[in-house]
Unconditional design. Structure first.
Length: 299
């Protein structure tokens, strides 16, 4: 199993949820004018936590993981990237939470409808948890990417409502419950520099250790199983990587959650340009260097 430096871990921790939001990087068009009031640090941490960023409600606001998560949020929506609660950042956050609450009111039969406020509190968490329960999703109370996509799908009539004969999550052909197939997960682990036997299943020793390492780095239970939350983090990491490579290389690399031949080629190009060992493998140290290079392009 590959072991990275603690500095590299610190540099990348906050990047874990840049892609937890459903939209790709784009200029965001808010539906509401602005927040009704400024967020306190604790209130904004609640928003970050509720939208799936890797912060807990007890995380100190000036900690590196919170500051990086704010930067990732700002980069996602083409906002001034300074890691602070600048007005545009607060306005977009308020709009996202209001939209989530309004959408939940439309798809979940709540005894007390959500107020469509800018705050992600216990009532919103309970509504998200109820929606997840109704739709056979992990009941976390956190509006993960999968949760928000499912809400949007229902609102767009792309998925049948619960109880109409649907079987969400069903898969075949070697698929793992969640985002990736087993083959895709193995490719991702190999691409991230882990010594994984591509011929062994994901419950093999090398794959389990690699997954445990990712879970440790990003504050997840170290089960060694590629559960939904772990796959979401992995998908976010790959999307962050591809976006940073696109910025640094000024390429047309598509932003997907897969570590495929295109991603490998882009990593090789980066390694060539920066005098690194050219192997197409983006271990934690390489990802840290790519992330740093991207920030120099877009400070």
């Amino acid at each position: 199993m590959w072991n990275g430096s603690t500095n590299a871990v610190a540099a990348l921790l906050g990047g874990a949820l840049l892609w937890s939001l459903a939209e790709p990087i784009a200029i965001y068009q808010p539906a509401w004018a602005a927040r009704t009031q400024d967020y306190t640090p604790d209130q904004f941490i609640s928003v970050l936590n509720g939208l799936g960023y890797p912060v807990t409600l007890t995380t100190v606001f000036n900690s590196p993981v919170v500051q990086q998560s704010i930067r990732d949020f700002q980069l996602q929506y083409r906002l001034p990237v300074d890691g602070t609660l600048n007005p545009p950042t607060q306005d977009i956050a308020a709009d996202l939470v209001r939209k989530l609450q309004t959408d939940l009111n439309r798809v979940v039969k709540l005894e007390n409808p959500l107020p469509a406020s800018q705050f992600y509190g216990r009532q919103t968490e309970a509504a998200v948890r109820l929606f997840q329960q109704q739709n056979k999703l992990p009941e976390t109370g956190i509006a993960t990417l999968e949760t928000r996509q499912r809400i949007n799908d229902i609102l767009n009539d792309a998925l049948p409502r619960p109880g109409q004969g649907s079987s969400p999550g069903g898969s075949s052909g070697g698929a793992v419950q969640g985002i990736y197939t087993e083959a895709q997960l193995r490719s991702l682990l190999l691409g991230f520099g882990y010594d994984v036997n591509p011929q062994q299943p994901l419950n093999g020793t090398s794959a389990v250790r690699a997954i445990q390492d990712i879970q440790f780095l990003y504050g997840l239970p170290q089960t060694g199983q590629a559960d939904q939350r772990t796959q979401e983090i992995m998908a976010t990491l790959v999307k962050n990587l591809r976006n940073s490579l696109k910025v640094v290389l000024r390429s047309n690399l598509p932003i997907t959650q897969f570590y495929d031949a295109q991603a490998q080629a882009a990593v090789r190009e980066f390694q060539t340009r920066y005098g690194l060992a050219v192997n197409g493998s983006a271990n934690l140290a390489v990802r840290s260097q790519i992330d740093a290079a991207a920030r120099r392009v877009n400070p």
